[in-house]
Design a binder for this molecule. Sequence first.
Ligand code: IPM
Ligand code: MN
Length: 356
Amino acid sequence: MKLNIAVLPGDGIGPEIIEQALRVTRVVCKKFGHELVTRTALVGAVAIDHVGNPYPDETHNLCMDSDAVLFGAIGHPRFDNDPSAKVRPEQGLLAMRKKLGLYANIRPVIIFESLLDKSPLKLERIQGVDFVAIRELTGGIYFGQPQGRSENGDTAFDSCVYTRMEVERILELAFQFAMKRNKRLTVVDKANVLATSRLWRQIAKEMEPQYPEVVVDYMFVDNAAMQIIQWPKKFDVMVTENMFGDILTDEASVISGSMGLLPSASIGIHTSVFEPIHGSYPQATGLNIANPCATILSAAMMFEYAFSLMEEGALIRKAVEASIVAGAVTEDLCDDKSKALSTSAVGDWIIDYLNK
Ligand code: IPM
Ligand code: MN
């Protein structure tokens, strides 16, 4: 098979972790006889510095023209502390999501047995956790209009807006996920307060009869935030709107022990994007210390979701798991920092394993 991949390393540790994921992708392609074509483009702060736009047209055209996008991270502290900045790296990510129609962000929350002691939760709460969070990604308060300031600048407003079409398509995807898994779906909303949430709940209830085997549970977001910590095992598939999903998936990611482990897929109308859920970790830029596993696992999701190459994805997952079991890990997963491997050394270990 020919794999045409757009590579967007972005900012901070992006280039370092993407490099390891690309090495892994190359080895797997070679092993399974696939032809790999990669083309790299600018995104984020680095794109602002070079061309003044965090998601340049050339980058968008390359994404549209590829079968999958492998994405590193974006964000730079220079912009975080400057509320008056005219362009921000994050706008590049939002523009990419909107222009590629990436309405669903899929974040599997899994636990590595060998890392159970790294979780901030008690062993009996965390053992066996395995759920998928599905976050709506191109609607809600992130994109709703109007957004802005009053003339005197002393009032600011954001709008949370959802249409039936936007809600139906993400719920449909969530029901399908539930059907493929343990047939339990939790719809997270704030229907006791928000009109958009009441629309979500209404549509989910309308759709329930189409999926009689799926047991649907409705949960307010504040309660969900609590349940993720108290009873994370209860969840199978969770679906929610854009901002709730942003917050809950960060929360869910740390119960696995490190944010550096969790991958994600953003799928929708055009080319799908695969990226680690952690950010650009600017303090670690260029130090070769960041955990590359979330990005390598994102490459595994890419094989599976973009190319239906399940065996390839499973092998990558197995290699990452083996590296963790062997203690070939970066400092975020290492109690004794002197034993921690560098980003590229973890890549080396995983590649050796794949070549065995
Ligand atoms: C994420 C990130 C982004 C978001 C930021 C960088 C705009 O936090 O992918 O979760 O809020 O969606
Ligand atoms: Mn986030």
